[in-house]
Write a protein that binds this ligand. Structure first.
Ligand SMILES: Cc1cc2nc3c(=O)[nH]c(=O)nc-3n(C[C@H](O)[C@H](O)[C@H](O)COP(=O)(O)OP(=O)(O)OC[C@H]3O[C@@H](n4cnc5c(N)ncnc54)[C@H](O)[C@@H]3O)c2cc1C
Length: 374
């Protein structure tokens, strides 16, 4: 079997792994990206809302808050410079009763603490903007947008490759070990190979814990628990009711059943939060059960009473890697450096759920800074 000495290996070619690879390659590192699948971005990065989040919901000082705001600004600039389609369509967070209106005040304060500007609207103002809407108050986020996530990933790969990075598809990391002269990674696939790297960045998304557990020398106490929360979408089969994105007041574990549009202008609702009773990413069933639609109709009609019967069709689903037990309170992104993983040169990202797409460039820059310091 081949044994190759390399500078940096990035494990996983989702939006985050590709952004990390692009930033590291731009900084002059020799990067190999190893991806288990047959193409880039086929897992969580292909199964999300493609929303560029403003940075409203996250606790002040958290990585999510900081990297969402930094990442959003960097992302709009990146897309403008590289011809990736992104549109600032804005968003409304709508309250449908007085208790929710009071909750908007808390969200408004949280956003301000994170450096995000929102406008408070009366119900009448919001409904004048969006006549199909029903609400008693709203917050408007002008900075929220939508993005062509596959175009974004191709642009990350392009920049990485322009700076000498190589992508190995169908190349799952099966095991590894911390050794005196670097980190050994044993890769499977059609052409199995062994890599010996000075630096490894584990961006394996839902499999990040499994990859860590397969590398001898990783401190077992550094690997957080994993629980999986599936998010189901329903497609709207009628004309889009709104020009902007519409979100209810958030619920535990997710942002509530919200309305987004894809790049083609088609509307969809979701994702909901379905906690899975196992933590095996290989067993996630991405089919959307039609019966979940009943809950969607009720949730959506709170802010869009005109939703016609039969207008929702099961769409796609994604899965959130939660770095904590099922239904525990939301946790932050985790970016571990060698002092935490216990292995020289090993950096690991856990719990990169939403807003990971928005924060991808900022995560790439953060990791690149850590690697430079190490
Ligand atoms: C339902 C849902 C909606 C979301 N909506 C938004 C949104 O609107 N806006 C936003 O900013 N964020 C959103 N997110 C979050 C965003 O999609 C993710 O944070 C982001 O896509 C994560 O990218 P990633 O590269 O970490 O993971 P992934 O895209 O899953 O990539 C990980 C890659 O690692 C590979 N891999 C795994 N194991 C191995 C191995 N052993 N060897 C080699 N390769 C391996 C996998 O094949 C995969 O390609 C949403 C997430 C979900 C679930």
């Amino acid at each position: 079997m081949q044994m190759e000495q390399v500078d940096v290996v990035v494990i996983g070619a989702g939006a985050v792994g590709l952004a990390v690879a692009a930033m590291l390659a731009e900084a002059g590192r020799d990067v190999i990206i190893v991806e288990a699948g047959p193409a880039i971005g086929m897992v969580t990065s292909a199964r999300n809302s493609e929303v560029i989040h403003a940075g409203i919901y996250y606790p002040e000082g958290s990585l999510k808050a900081r990297l969402c705001v930094e990442g959003r600004q960097a992302l709009y600039a990146w897309c403008a410079a590289r011809g990736v389609t992104a549109r600032k369509v804005g968003k409304l967070i709508v309250a449908t009763d007085d208790a929710e209106a009071a909750a908007l005040d808390g969200l408004h304060r949280k956003a301000a603490a994170n450096g995000v500007d929102l406008l408070r609207l009366s119900g009448a103002q919001a409904m004048a903007m969006e006549p199909a809407l029903s609400c008693v108050a709203a917050l408007q986020s002008p900075e929220t947008g939508i993005i062509d996530s596959h175009g974004l990933m191709l642009s990350y790969l392009g920049v990485a490759e322009d700076h000498g990075a190589m992508l190995a598809l169908n190349t799952p990391v099966l095991s590894g070990a911390a050794e005196a002269d670097g980190i050994r990674l044993d890769c499977g696939g059609a052409e199995p190979m062994t890599l010996k790297a000075r630096v490894v960045v584990n961006c394996a998304g839902l499999w990040a814990q499994r990859v860590s557990q397969s590398i001898a020398g990783v401190d077992p106490a550094s690997v957080p628990p994993l629980s999986l929360a599936k998010g189901n979408y329903f497609d709207l089969t009628t004309a889009p009711p709104f020009r902007t994105l519409v979100y209810p007041v958030p619920v535990n574990g997710g942002l509530g059943v919200h309305y987004t549009v894809d790049m083609g202008g088609r509307g969809r609702f979701g994702p909901d939060v379905e906690w899975l009773d196992h933590a095996d990413p290989d067993r996630v069933d991405y089919q959307v059960a039609p019966r979940r639609g009943d809950v969607f109709y009720d949730a959506v009609r709170r802010y869009w009473p005109g939703l016609p019967d039969g207008a929702l069709a099961p769409g796609y689903a994604g899965c959130r890697p939660k770095p904590h037990p099922v239904r525990a309170a939301a946790e932050d992104f985790m970016v571990q450096t060698p002092s935490q993983t216990g292995v020289d040169g090993l950096f690991t990202l856990y719990g990169i759920e939403s807003p990971g797409l928005t924060a991808s460039l900022a995560l790439g820059r953060l990791v690149t800074g850590y690697v430079a310091e190490a």
